[in-house]
Design a protein around this ligand. Sequence first.
Ligand SMILES: NC(=O)C1=CN([C@@H]2O[C@H](COP(=O)(O)OP(=O)(O)OC[C@H]3O[C@@H](n4cnc5c(N)ncnc54)[C@H](OP(=O)(O)O)[C@@H]3O)[C@@H](O)[C@H]2O)[C@@H](O)CC1
Ligand SMILES: [K+]
Length: 499
Amino acid sequence: MEILTTGEMEQADRLAIAAGAPGFALMLHAGQAVADAATDLAGQGPILVAAGCGNNGGDGFVAATELAARGHDVSVILLCGRDSLKGDAALAAKGWKGRVLPCDLSALGSPALIIDALFGAGLNRPVTGDPQAMIEAINANGAPVLSVDLPSGINGTTGAIMGVAVRATETVTFFRKKPAHLLLPGRIHCGRVRVADIGISDVVLDKIRPATFENIPDYWQGAFPVPRIDGHKYARGHAVIVSGDLTSTGAARLSARGALRAGAGLVSVLSPDDALGANTASLTAVMVRRMNGAAGFAEILTDRRLNACVIGPGAGVGEETRALVLTALAAKPALVLDADALTSFADLPARLFEAIKETGNTDIILTPHEGEFRRLFSEMSNKHPLRSKLERVRAAAGRSGAIVLLKGPDTVVASPDGRATIAANAPPWLATAGSGDVLSGMIGGLLAQGVPAFDAACIGVWMHGEAGHEAGPGLIAEDLPEVLPAVLRRLYDRFGIDY
Ligand SMILES: NC(=O)C1=CN([C@@H]2O[C@H](COP(=O)(O)OP(=O)(O)OC[C@H]3O[C@@H](n4cnc5c(N)ncnc54)[C@H](OP(=O)(O)O)[C@@H]3O)[C@@H](O)[C@H]2O)[C@@H](O)CC1
Ligand SMILES: [K+]
């Protein structure tokens, strides 16, 4: 599903109006959708609408009018004088025949539901003064809150809190989600998110050409790899995972198991001499192969059947790992660079990015967490602290020439071609030692099966989040590969694939 910035949403609005849908009709639909959600939340209790001075407030007036017509006890507080309302908002306020209470905090009372219609897409500066006091009072009131379009105080495009923001129980937005419904902290303030149809045709998307999508199976169904009945394990690729030395071999093994469970036909751990014993003693279906430094690695990679490679988990930071990365880049298998492979270039990012661009290989994925991202892309994180995660990751993909996957509760995957996805399905207990190692392996396993890098990254992130739910609280990284069959079975069912 497409995600629209507030600017793109305005464009959708203009295109719909140009195609014959009156602007006020859109507002009427929006207000009705809010009224429907409010009825579900408030039961028969009294409802308070806190309205702002723009069209978000206009939606609030339409909802108030509709709810009163349905027999609810409704009151409205308005941030400004009724006379100062303009356009559709003024029209919507005319339809409201009840009293409008002044912006007085004591007027909030003890309603069964507060409808937050203070600010939506038009929020353009930090919230201070009376609106700030109103938002704080709404949050302190204790009643459930239904936000119209966005929780007031949240920037729709970045998800940032502009000083202070409503904490909603539910948010009703229109036509498509905005980045703030998925990116933190916005998502936390939204509560449940409902997307309402307000009469804008999907045809407008042909003109807007959005490049951001929610990371859900519908988005990548076409790229999802399904083993063929007439296939064999060699047709499903051979992923290789580079192991660290004797002191750190577990990360590569976690990664390897993730690759195997994600469907790679064969998986090998490439092990330095000193770690051969540890690796062979604890692996069965995953093969182990001796690898002596970058020269040995280069020789192994001359076998083109080894078509996907993961470097980073437990690899160690320094010149040796840099050499392994540059060797893999030169050999051009599909490549995941994670953890220490990224940190090894923290002081020399340009060297990594140039090497990536020189290969012409488009199947390269960098999978940093926030700390690794900051080290590798210091110019993107530190000079623009107010840039959204989405914008930062897009800029990083453009700068590096690789797919960049920035992990977190709102993992963003971006491609140098501008496409990006945001995932919202990761449970908090997924943030645990070794979890990222399994993710890099799962993506390596998908790459081995020939899935294009951007899709492999998106599928890996989504399945990793689902595996987190499947394993549940108390999860440790070892659980993740073991619950992948259940996740895959549900996906097969969802896609209607026979098994
Ligand atoms: N697009 C669509 O398809 C549809 C859009 N719809 C609805 O319209 C909403 C967007 O409406 P909008 O553009 O009028 O902006 P909105 O959020 O009401 O805020 C603007 C007002 O807030 C003020 N203001 C801003 N920041 C402030 C601050 N920090 N502190 C104080 N004041 C501040 C600003 O004041 P000004 O900058 O003029 O001083 C202005 O008065 C959208 O979210 C959706 O609900 C639907 O009806 C259906 C179709
Ligand atoms: K709002």
